[in-house]
Design a protein around this ligand. Structure first.
Ligand code: IPM
Ligand code: MN
Length: 353
């Protein structure tokens, strides 16, 4: 049988990004044994240091070459010396938008042995996926300001929602929910009682598309109520679909109930193009180079990558290995409290494979 070849573009990025990405690559290499698939890695030097040295965030030529990869593996973007917004907009959002990664997929799953801040909730209660629209909404950058710095200053930031953008995200969520084949319930998270233009479009599209998925139960909740239920009754959720801004917020809450940033990962997905996978925790500058940060989130990002590439068997093996390590080996998922160094945790996952 012919083996699949994948060109993986790697952006280690800032802070602890390179340390955790190194562990993810170790795991990828270990799982792609002789009978599996071939991987070819190309590293890109992007991030705060590169920006400080060159004044460049993401060049057209880097973007073009990243667009030819089969997947992108990103560590973290964010630097204490660079004003907030420059690297986020210039690298992370630019990649999401230019490569039309219109889905942000974030599994929220509590593994056995992981400390959960919710009393009386366990792994049987916390296992859902958030599908966040990833190219529109408040992130589109529409708006502007007038009379900046004066008492008459006006700041406007508009949410852009297109029928096409909303519909493709909702369709992806229905398909995903069907393939996941768990409770087969898709919840739309919105704010139809206040944002009566944007979420009217979302709601109408949601119920129109739902007609084509009679096997999926539909549900709606306002974003504020979703926050409440995620804490009180997380077992109610199977798949949640929502816009960019709400998705950003509720997935941080999701990360906390699954054990924190040490384990939370996600994918920026273009189902027809190049997708990018990342731990969602950020660059954690104060831990840089100390080998104390938890690489499991970056390793879980590799799990989401292989799932998305269709390498289900290898993806499953990584998840099983991570589950074993958190259940049997680590003292905690927090930086510095794991009982092991960053690279030792990577080694434990490889042993468990
Ligand atoms: C995330 C991050 C980004 C976002 C930031 C860094 C721009 O918080 O991936 O959730 O808001 O999307
Ligand atoms: Mn976020």
């Amino acid at each position: 049988m012919a083996k699949n070849d994948y060109k993986i573009a790697v952006i280690p990025g800032d802070g602890t990004g390179p340390e955790v990405v190194a562990e993810g690559i170790k795991v990828l290499k270990a799982v792609s044994g002789p009978s599996k698939f071939n991987l070819d890695f190309t590293e890109y030097d992007l991030g705060g240091e590169h920006y400080k040295a060159t004044g460049e965030t993401l060049s057209d030529s880097s973007l073009e070459s990243l667009g030819k990869a089969d997947a992108i593996y990103l560590g973290a973007i964010g630097h204490p010396d660079v004003k907030p917004g420059i690297l986020e907009k210039g690298i992370l959002l630019k990649l999401r938008f230019s490569l039309d990664q219109y889905i942000n997929l974030r599994p929220v799953k509590l593994y056995e042995g992981v400390d959960c801040p919710l009393k009386h909730k366990g792994p049987q209660d916390i296992d859902f996926v958030v599908i966040r629209e990833n190219t529109e909404g408040l992130y589109a950058g529409a708006g502007g300001c007038l009379k900046k710095g004066t008492p008459d200053e006006v700041a406007i930031q508009e949410s852009i929602n297109t029928r096409k953008g909303v519909e493709r995200c909702i369709r992806y969520a229905f398909e995903f929910c069907r393939k996941r084949n768990k409770a087969k319930q898709l919840t739309l998270c919105g704010k139809t009682n206040v944002l009566t233009y944007a979420f009217d479009l979302w709601e109408r599209t949601f119920y129109e598309v739902a007609e084509e998925y009679p096997d999926i139960k539909t549900d709606y909740a306002h974003v504020d109520a979703i926050c409440m239920w995620m804490v009180k009754n997380p077992e109610w959720f199977d798949v949640i679909v929502t816009d960019n801004m709400f998705g950003d917020i509720i997935t941080d809450l999701g990360a906390m109930i699954q054990g924190g940033m040490g384990i939370a990962a996600g994918g920026n997905i273009n189902p027809e193009g190049v997708s990018m996978f990342e731990p969602i925790g950020g660059s954690a500058p104060k831990y840089t180079g100390k080998q104390v940060i938890n690489p499991l989130a970056a390793i879980c990002a590799v799990h989401v990558m292989l799932e998305t590439l269709g390498e289900k068997e290898a993806a499953g093996r990584i998840e099983q290995a991570v589950m074993k390590v958190v259940r049997d080996d680590l003292k905690s998922l927090s930086a510095g409290k794991m009982g092991y160094s960053t690279s030792e945790v990577g080694d434990l996952v490889i042993e468990a494979l």
